[in-house]
Write a protein that binds this ligand. Sequence first.
Ligand code: BTN
Length: 320
Amino acid sequence: MDANRIIEILADGEFHSGESLGQSLGVSRTAVWKQMGQLEKLGLEIHSVKGKGYRLSRKLELLSEKLIREYLDESTEKLFSRMDIKKRVSSTNDEVKTKGIAPYVCLAEMQSSGRGRRGRSWISPYGSNIYLSLIWEFEDVASSLDGLSLCVGIAVASAINKLAGIQVGLKWPNDLVYQQKKLAGILLELEGEMSGPMRVIIGIGVNVAMTRIDGSAIEQSWVSLSEISDEEISRNQLTAQLLTELAKVLPVFQAKGFAGFREHWQELDAIAGNEVLLSLANRSVQGCALGVSDSGELLIASESGIQAFRGGEVSVRVSQ
Ligand code: BTN
């Protein structure tokens, strides 16, 4: 039986009897009951009440390519004409990797092995958040690709700001934070030969309506849009806004590099002026964060003067 069809019916959050579900799906009530176990394996919480039937513990807005496209303007719609929405994948970044074409967008309702930066996992429960990957091909890029992940951060921040009216901050290089709690993350992976076009996989995860239970394994402090916005955020609309902002930012980055984005990035900088600790492979640097350079490096003022860093993990030092 098609698990997707049963989820679509239950997505309204209302009770549906085993009998009516069986009729809609052309299966027995026992098969419906068995299917509930499968849905629970996907992480969906099912309420089963005698005499009423089954319902999901909360309403779900499932992703719909048709709806997403309705929110896009003509040129963005054309640019992202290749798009797939999957129910369950290991990681959307892996899905786009196998495609020979670019641009290509893949979204999923859930990831079983979602990946974060620095080998961490990205908790990806069903139907709650956005897991989006885009493969983009750069023919010639005006500068190094270093600043690209910062530009993608700007695109994600703009999308959230335009749709939810929330000003989120950027923590170098590309974490999106709200009051220092992580709201979204970006994972860039490069593909390509030494010669020929460079293919970049841009993976974006946004916490939209993750429950505290679903996110309980996350080791850092995090927040979901549903916790900070008065309005209910539509994942379809937010996806369209993300694609709209990416369509604006990526061609400009390709033509001109990061320098023109620096000012905007610094307006959103969530750590500038703070004492920070930058952990590098075999040492760490402590000092005051001073924003970013024209190519997107982190600037830190320490006893050794002002230095620029291309990599590492930054944390804000809490004063004792
Ligand atoms: C981070 O650690 O901040 C980066 C998180 C990136 C998560 C997204 S979700 C879509 C895409 N698929 C993945 O497996 N990871 C990225």
